[in-house]
Write a protein that binds this ligand. Sequence first.
Ligand code: ARG
Length: 402
Amino acid sequence: MQNKKIVLAYSGGLDTTVMIKWLNEKYGYSVITVTVDLGQKEDFKSIEERAYKAGSIKHYNIDAKEEFVNNFISKAIKANGLYEGKYPLSTALGRPLIVEKLVKVAEDEDAFAVAHGCTGKGNDQVRFEVTVKALNPKLKVYAPVREWNLNRDEEVKYANAHGIEVQAKAKKYSIDQNLWGRSIEGGPLEDPWNGVGEDVFEWLVPPEKAPEKPTFLEIGFSNGLPISLNEEKISLSELISRLNSIAGGCGVGLIDHIEDRLVGIKSREVYECPAAVTLLEAHKALEKMVLTRHELFFKELVDSEWSKLVYFGLWTEPLREDLEGFIESTQSRVEGIVRVKLYKGNLLIDGLKSPYSLYDRNLSTYGIESTFDQKMSEGFIEIWGLQSRTGYEILKRVKGNG
Ligand code: ARG
């Protein structure tokens, strides 16, 4: 089977670099490499050089930042996308888009298979393969890292034996990043009793070292999406980059929790997501002002279902779009301005206004100008508590007689 083409999702890291050689040597495949730019801060030129040096026959560097923002992140904002109430899904959202690009290259190049560098222990293998199979069921998928079951040392040995340069600082952490966040795993973080060391921080100033003065930002929303910063119109991708540095500079956006992976493993996950945390908090605060409580309670369920689908690798599941149908219909009223206060790792909603606000000061005020007729509450309470009161009395009587 000489000269069969395989398309590899290439990050430039040790795993995927070793993979180029391995797929070539072991199976005789010609390896085409694809690096998708989702806003990760990398030197794409040197990634390309590394790919060719390891034996790639053709390298693609695909800029998908705008698509990532417009087709993935924007949906996550409207859905308040958080897994287990904490993780803004940054890595999870990027995977289906990487796969989309990978599959397109495989089709254009008439390749028979695609390959990725995910291990057999995580969520990313699932996200990759479920999406590939949905987009093009004819493509074969190779997951050499899962197949090798090699540890890092063995891989370094293989690399050395094959003239692959291993980047000097044997990395302490496993890192994945894109515009929506930076995921950090492994090393000392594997012990949940260990705190987050300073060497974990890259996007954030550690909160205790953040400025002594608070930073105030006004974020304008329209149709559920942010459109301005401090009254200046701004594209969503530009806003996200700016917030990553502004909020990150205030120490805002660190997430540290025990996460339930799809394969059942609990893992300690740390993230730096300054823009995501800021925008999701602001969006949620505005929704609370403009949606009725019935909408809010129901939307919480829908949002959480949406987040689970994305986390669990089911971006292609039709239910996602069904849920988005509901989400979308709530968003036309999510319009207004949110003022946030950022201070040493904390984020507070400092002010809110919206033309669709359901907040009515005449109703909520304790002042004399109140229009709420308090006498009506008496009858309301009578009826509201009727069934619960009856149930309570019956229980007391039956138990009392028993
Ligand atoms: N736990 C996160 C997720 O499943 C992040 C995975 C990060 N991947 C990595 N190679 N460090 O989405």
